[in-house]
Design a protein around this ligand. Structure first.
Ligand code: SAH
Ligand code: SF4
Ligand code: F3S
Length: 454
């Protein structure tokens, strides 16, 4: 059978989709023995016998888009009644999701949650036997101990590894702890095995994934907050891996000792993604973020002092309930002071079940939009200024391939995760997956322009 996977949401979901594909690639019969029937991934949805939609529910806009997409899948089932339609991921795990999905897309055959990836084959087998709708969001315990197959990406010079599932933080706006459960760290041995497998397949960069990577190992018998630093040291020893990234780090758990570890490990990228969310202490408190702007500033200073060539990026939410105009002004001032290299900026979106959604004083959409524009104006100024500082320097770029928008341009990333676009010249070899020293000759808000030192 041919399968097609559509993924919405974050890197965590992208990686889960690679696991879902890995599970489908290794199709077994009911006894668990390899099946003579083979599955194969297709990028043409019209060819697919199984369509899997891995969903996100972080903001309402994501859900609206996904529900529309699910509705549109009906035509494939009409054209070909044996097609199996599967929905999984964070949105499937939400309370009330079954009803919402079924209302908009009654043609969906299987819905399962974020804890049940390993059961995908069982669901498909059962459905093929009795053609009855399946819904399963029961938490299967022990997922963190499972060793699951991972479908090798075409971009095999980059790989992702889950290090910790779930989140314990319950930021007041956020749905993730409700749909991904509590923190569960994977064993260091399993993680290292996966990193080695990525390296053996030609991988040069690895991304360690978790909602809060700094919590890694706090649930081990000995507890302790040093496990993430130890993990970085161990992953650094894997031959072939040249770049190590991680996503996301929580500012409340980012300690100065970790900065020392990162500074001492050449393979760990000097890019720090530290989601600030708000630059106003009252709002941070209402968000349950667990740090003040002063503490955040202290981390920023420590990073920049120790690693001056670093890049620091952030996430921001505007229009959190009861964010006053003067609170927002504080955010603008603080963001101006932080001078981030980039910021992902979001309009606050109420998520049913979270504390913030129940609060009075929700901010009207037009105010949120105005605030977003003001924030972007300040951030864009810093993004450009930080990029301009790199003009004239030589950066090591890991080339990802030709640009999706311009075929005559190579695109890649610096250690600090900045995009560099380089015009291709005739006779260029295929640089995809290679590290190429690149002279930075220009800067835009979102990317750098470079010339390979060929
Ligand atoms: N665990 C990660 C966050 C994952 S969600 C972390 O804590 O860094 C990615 C980003 O989405 C968050 O940092 C936040 O800025 C944004 N976000 C989460 N919930 C949101 C909501 N309800 N409305 C708007 N933005 C939200
Ligand atoms: Fe959501 Fe906060 Fe957990 Fe990040 S740390 S996933 S924002 S609850
Ligand atoms: Fe990621 Fe969206 Fe889930 S951001 S963790 S896929 S809600």
């Amino acid at each position: 059978m041919k399968y097609y996977i559509k993924t919405f949401g974050c890197q965590m979901n992208e990686h889960d989709s690679q696991i879902l594909a890995g599970i489908l690639d290794n199709y077994t019969d009911a006894s668990g023995a390899p099946s003579s029937e083979k599955n194969e991934m297709t990028t043409d949805i019209k060819q697919a016998d199984i369509i899997v939609v891995n969903t996100c529910c972080i903001r309402e806009s994501a859900e609206t888009k996904i529900l529309g997409y699910l509705g549109s899948l009906k035509k494939y089932k009409t054209a070909n009644p044996h097609v199996i339609l599967v929905v999984c991921g964070c949105m499937a795990q939400e309370s009330g999701a079954k009803e919402r999905i079924k209302k908009r897309a009654p043609h969906i055959d299987i819905i399962f949650g974020t804890f049940n990836l390993p059961k995908l084959q069982d669901y498909i087998r059962t459905f093929r036997q009795n053609q009855q709708f399946i819904y399963d969001i029961e938490e299967t315990p022990g997922l963190e101990h499972a060793v699951l197959p991972v479908h090798q990406d075409i971009q095999s010079f980059k790989g992702k590894v889950n290090i910790i599932y779930g989140c314990n933080n319950f930021c007041a706006y956020c749905i993730v702890p409700y749909v991904r459960g509590r923190e569960r760290s994977r064993s260091m041995q399993h993680i290292l095995n996966e990193v080695r497998a990525i390296a053996a397949a030609g991988g040069k960069e690895v991304m360690l994934l978790g909602q809060n990577v700094n919590s890694y190992g706090k649930d081990f018998p000995d507890g302790g907050s040093h496990h993430f630093a130890t993990l970085l040291e161990e992953v650094s020893k894997v031959e072939g891996i040249e770049r190590i990234r991680y996503m996301s780090a929580h500012p409340k758990d980012f300690h100065v000792e970790l900065i020392d570890t990162i500074a001492a490990l050449p393979k760990v990228c000097k890019h720090f993604h530290l989601p600030l969310q708000s630059g106003c202490n009252q709002t941070l408190k209402d968000m349950n973020r667990g740090y003040t702007t002063e503490q955040f500033w202290h981390i920023l200073e420590a990073i920049r002092k120790k690693i001056p060539e670093c890049a620091i990026t952030t996430d921001m939410i505007v229009g959190f309930p009861s964010e006053l105009e003067r609170d927002f002004q504080e955010t603008l001032e603080f963001v101006d002071k932080c001078a981030f290299d980039d910021a992902y900026t979001f309009l606050y979106s109420p998520r049913t079940g979270t504390v913030a959604a129940k609060r009075e004083h929700q901010i009207p959409d037009e105010v949120k939009n105005q605030r977003l524009q003001q924030l972007l104006a300040i951030q864009n100024k810093h993004s450009l200024a930080n990029n301009q500082k790199l003009i004239g320097s030589v950066q090591m770029v890991l080339v990802e391939g030709r640009s999706k928008t311009e075929a005559s341009v190579w695109t890649g990333r610096t250690d600090t995760n900045k995009i560099v676009n380089v015009p291709a010249i005739e006779g260029d070899r295929d640089y995809t997956g290679l590290f190429v020293p690149t002279k930075i000759v220009g800067a835009k808000t979102w990317y750098l322009k470079g010339e390979f030192i060929r």
